[in-house]
Design a binder for this molecule. Structure first.
Ligand code: FAS
Ligand code: PHB
Length: 390
């Protein structure tokens, strides 16, 4: 097969890029190793920056988000037994975030791809990039026991943290930066009404907790757990009891519990790969970077990568202008590192680090008290949370 752009991975990054290119008449193929059901079965992000929401609308996949998503004007930070609001709209002249699950937006992107007869090949195994330093790179893969080749102009690795794209960059070229946190997030999804109108991030001596939502009838909760914690050790009842202990009394008393429809533990790490281009291979989304989900940046960084990359590819094909592609890595990394900083800072602020001792806890408490004593500090958190400019 021959196409202009070969994309590895049908997560939000790959599907969004595929849709944006197709809308400009640029042929592309997406190779996904899992089934569509598997991709849609993953429960991940919930908060969209304006940039991501606008990109989905431009991709013709924003209708259901605008109908079913929730506009949130702020978040709550719980500490010292009560909640404290960060009011984005007040601090930033009306700026907000959209609360709409990644699973749903991925479904919307799939539907938009199908409506345009986009080519998304599932069950593509052993995907491998070749000749990425030439003008005729190609991908090989196997499906149903048969070998296939996709000859293209560009290969875009949207294949996530565990994908193959990044490893195609020679080790003497690729630099990686990583911090692994000594805990994970145990997440639970339930068809119960959210405990509050907005998200609550809770700093508590027993550990971090987050109360989020997917709709007025579906809630998403997280609690910090040990790095080696096993899911089997956490019955629903144990999860609900622990969550209540980490919330202010007035919030905990209003928590509606119910059976989990999904429960999983995600490890937390900060990770960046540089550069995000090597010859005709580009990295986008989690293939190039990972953030701890505390700042709700993971999916939103994928959006700015895809915006920059789609602009560069469209300029290449429409006018032979290579500047967007040549600047992509530096431009994307400049925004990535600012989001890495914010996500790291939110994680260090709100989680328990026993190894940091009592001094560490005093510093966290001082940080929180300063934050809510200073409009400047609140404005800084707000502008990072709603999303820095592209
Ligand atoms: P993805 O990982 O979503 O998609 C990559 C795709 O490539 C997958 O479908 C995979 O099957 C496919 N693939 C991988 N290797 C392949 C190969 N060799 N061949 C073909 N296909 C291959 N972000 C937040 O903002 N908030 C959160 O709460 C949050 N929670 C998360 C929880 C977990 C467990 C994880 C892993 C991530 C979480 N994230 C969160 C981040 C997440 O939302 C990502 O930022 C987002 O999925 C990025 O999308 P993609 O770059 O498309 O990568
Ligand atoms: C979620 O709803 O899954 C979510 C929201 C905000 C975060 C992380 C996860 O920071």
């Amino acid at each position: 097969m021959r196409t202009s752009v070969a994309i590895i991975g049908a997560g939000p990054s790959g599907l969004l890029l595929s849709q944006l290119l197709h809308l400009q008449g640029i042929g592309n193929v997406v190779l996904e190793r899992r089934s569509q059901d598997y991709v849609l079965g993953r429960i991940r992000a919930g908060v969209l920056e304006t940039g991501m929401a606008d990109l989905l609308r431009r991709a013709g996949a924003g209708k259901r988000m605008d109908a079913e998503g929730e506009i949130h004007e702020g978040i709550e930070i719980a500490f010292g037994g009560s909640c404290h609001r960060i009011h984005f709209a007040d601090l930033l002249d009306g700026k907000t975030v959209m609360v709409y699950g990644q699973t749903e937006l991925t479904r919307d992107l799939y539907e938009a791809r199908a409506a345009m007869d986009g080519i998304v090949i599932h069950g593509a195994e052993d995907v491998a990039p070749h000749d990425i330093k030439t003008d005729t790179p190609y991908l090989t893969y196997t499906k149903d026991g048969r070998n296939h080749r996709v000859v293209c102009d560009f290969i875009i690795a949207c294949d996530g943290f565990h994908g193959v794209g990044r490893s195609a960059i020679p080790p003497d070229i690729l630099k990686t930066f990583e911090r692994v946190y000594p805990f994970g997030w145990l997440g639970l999804l339930s068809d119960t009404p959210p405990v509050a109108d907005e998200l609550i991030y809770s700093y508590h001596e027993r550990g971090f907790a987050l109360c989020s939502l997917r709709s007025r009838t579906r809630s998403r909760y997280y609690i910090q757990v040990g790095q080696d914690e096993s899911l089997e050790a956490w019955s629903d009842d144990r999860f609900w009891d622990e969550l209540k202990r980490r919330l202010p009394q007035d919030i905990a008393s209003g928590l509606v519990t119910g059976p989990s429809i999904e429960k999983s533990i995600a490890p937390l790490r900060s990770f960046v790969a540089e550069p995000m281009r090597h010859g005709r291979l580009f990295l986008a989304g989690d293939a190039g970077h990972i953030v701890p989900p505390t700042g709700a940046k993971g999916l939103n960084l994928a959006a700015s990568d895809i915006q920059y990359l789609s602009e560069g590819l469209i300029a290449h094909y429409k006018s032979g202008d290579e500047s967007g592609l040549n600047q992509y890595s530096d431009r994307a990394l400049a925004r990535i590192w600012k989001a890495e900083r914010f996500s790291w800072w939110m994680t260090m602020l709100l989680h328990q680090f026993p190894q940091n001792g009592a001094f560490g806890q005093r510093i966290q408490n001082a940080e929180l008290e300063y934050l809510f004593s200073s409009r400047a500090a609140l404005t800084s958190v707000a502008e990072n949370y709603v999303g820095l400019p592209y």
